[in-house]
Design a protein around this ligand. Structure first.
Ligand SMILES: Nc1ncnc2c1ncn2[C@@H]1O[C@H](COP(=O)(O)OP(=O)(O)OP(=O)(O)O)[C@@H](O)[C@H]1O
Ligand SMILES: [Mg+2]
Length: 284
């Protein structure tokens, strides 16, 4: 017995065929999309592995650069010490010899030979000036931090700075001497020199105030000028190699350097170093 007329049966069969076709197409499409998703997932996994590798390489080369920079600093210090000694000892001795020879000459001249006596006196004065220049160059190359101590060396450098630039400079410190070791003292002193150089070159300041203190486990050096004020973009700029160098020097001793500037109201640079030589990389 036929339930439906044959035309309707045909139509139903057609519809069922169409839905099967649709399902088949959908399945095919799904398979294709799944395959695409799997490929994308695999690519992502690869990319993230690549990314991790790049990150690792970046971290490694940054670390190597830090070590290189530490090595460079320490080689520079050694070189400066060597040149400073050579200038001080060899040139110093030669000049002393020369001074004695001139003194001998003066002693053997006839008191009547006025022109020659004046000339030898001028030579002797010139030698004295040269001795002082040699002493200054040699001290600037390698200040006797080890002999004088950090506080006295900073005081001396500030005095020199004032004489040379005419910028009124004051040191405020109740510190007799620091407990920071020689290596740390050299780091602080070199940063201090760099800060003063920047003041002369960029600040247009008329006054500089330096404070030096030890609190708890830190030595803090602060240099404040009354110049134009460092800008935020200068502080953050990757081109500020001098500023970066100071921070890097301090970082090698697990310390830090902070810059603060206010337009027209000057710049303050703060250097903080832990007193214990818990070095963040070491300078040797
Ligand atoms: N005391 C300051 N007052 C005002 N601006 C400053 C001061 N110190 C630094 N700057 C500004 O910050 C910039 C970056 O200083 P940084 O020491 O890095 O570079 P530099 O002194 O120009 O060159 P370099 O130190 O490499 O010879 C300077 O060019 C200057 O514009
Ligand atoms: Mg500079």
């Amino acid at each position: 017995m036929e339930l439906l007329p044959s035309t309707e049966q045909n139509s139903l069969a057609r519809q069922s065929h169409t839905s099967q076709q649709l399902i088949a197409e959908l399945e095919a499409h799904l398979t294709q999309v799944t395959a695409q998703l799997l490929t994308a997932k695999a690519n992502l996994a690869n990319e993230s592995a690549d990314h991790r590798r790049t990150e690792d390489e970046f971290r490694r080369s940054t670390e190597q650069l830090r070590e290189l920079s530490a090595r460079l600093q320490s080689v520079r210090e050694e070189e400066r010490t060597r040149i400073s000694r050579a200038i001080h000892d060899e040139l110093g001795q030669t000049l002393t010899g020369l001074k004695m020879d001139v003194a001998w000459l003066q002693g053997h001249l006839d008191p009547q030979q006025l022109a020659l006596l004046t000339k030898t006196q001028a030579m002797s004065d010139l030698i004295d000036t040269t001795v002082q220049i040699v002493r200054r160059i040699s001290t600037e190359l390698r200040p006797g931090i080890l002999d004088l101590g950090l506080v006295a060396t900073i005081e001396w450098q500030l005095q020199e700075f004032q004489t040379r630039t005419g910028i009124k400079s004051k040191l405020i410190s109740s510190l007799e001497e620091t407990t920071l070791d020689d290596d740390g003292s050299t780091v602080v002193f070199r940063i201090f020199q760099e800060i003063l150089t920047n003041v002369v070159r960029h600040a247009g300041a008329t006054q500089v105030e330096v404070t030096l203190e030890e609190t708890a486990a830190f030595l803090t050096l602060q240099v404040a000028d009354n110049g134009r004020g460092m800008t935020a973009s200068e502080i953050d700029s990757p081109r500020s190699i001098g500023l970066l160098g100071m921070q890097e020097r301090a970082r090698l001793r697990a310390g830090e350097v902070q810059f603060h500037g206010a337009p027209g109201q000057g710049t303050t640079v703060t250097v903080r170093l832990p007193l214990e030589a818990a070095s963040g990389g070491g300078t040797k």
